[in-house]
Design a protein around this ligand. Sequence first.
Ligand code: PLP
Length: 416
Amino acid sequence: MMNTTIEATFKGYDIESIRKDFPILNRKVKGYPLVYFDNAATSQKPQSVIDALVHYYSYNNANVHRGIHSLAEEATADFEATRDAVKSFINAQSREEIIYTRGTTESINLVAYTWAKQNLAEGDEVIISGMEHHSNIVPWQIICEQNKARLKVIPVNINGELLMDEFENLLSDRTKLVAVNHVSNAMGTVNPVKTIIQKAHAKGAVVLIDGAQSAMHLDIDVQDLDCDFFAFSSHKLLGPTGMGILYGKKELLQTMPVFAGGGEMIREVTFEKTTYNDLPYKFEAGTPNIADAIALKPAIDYINKIGKENIRRHEDMLLAHATKKLKEIEGLKVIGDNDHKVSVVSFVIEGVHPQDIGVLLDNRGIAVRTGHHCAEPLMNHFCIPGTIRASFALYNTTEEIDLMMEALNRAVKVLR
Ligand code: PLP
């Protein structure tokens, strides 16, 4: 489908060759070339990631850490190489601060069931925001209920931004934890997390940043942010599903109780007493997700090769193009219409149900997400059942956006 030098694409960003690296972009859906705009749900994978999975199972398949045979050593080296790549990717101070999990959800739950369970006393407070994904709401509700702590919520304004004055009012000497997303999955809003972290630290609170939507798009420097925890998923940054990262400051991780018990997380087991392994293995019980951990490294390498700044410039261009075109549709309202966003545009159209639009776009091979985006409280805030969300990635093009616009205009005519 691509015959382009896309006019709006800046010099040096070789979109044609980038697209060739993602085999799925060649497929057709319902007879039309796939236009994949559901990147905030999960990104597509470059060939190098797919090859790494096949290579592991074809040549190196062995359990890690325990074996002394060649396959085990090779698998362990590749498995641990990802930890070093992640450490650099987010500029952590040490590889011990990089814990492998199944994804953002498990990373957040790990902190809830260890740090928070140990540290929240009756009457303590946890602050989240009104634009959180359910994964950064429900674990805190559960732990607050168990520990008799209170959950407070930073309100969101009409443009989909956090009300920072209200945040300051919510902070108190009882605030023990602030857990907010870096970028809203439902709207694309980039939150002022550095300020949030500074203000929370001034009150002695610990801060967890949900980086599920930021890791792909923004430069992440956990030392500069000074966050205590940072959680993200491999599958949203070109890597495989079932793999995620919890970054934690070493001094915090060291004081935390263990999460799950089993092999690998122990130093010595007797029936009387078990002692635990060093970081990061203390939090990695059982045989890990070896293949997917190994295949996260080529994903990170791929992003580094293209360069986050280049990706950001390209995606910003796509966002600007889409937002401008969408606003030409009568009765269309962008949800989260502000100017500090990553490449997500969420919208509703008067008189038309989002799901019907989703179905009609799919009939043209165009994948968008419709619904509440696992952010029901945010949808309630805007008094809507859901939105249509188009989220763009480094391999998308303005031409694809134009195809969506054509299909969208046609769908609106049919549905109104
Ligand atoms: N937080 C945010 C902001 C998200 O967008 C998502 C997924 O969409 C999650 C958390 C949960 O991520 P996962 O399902 O990979 O654990």
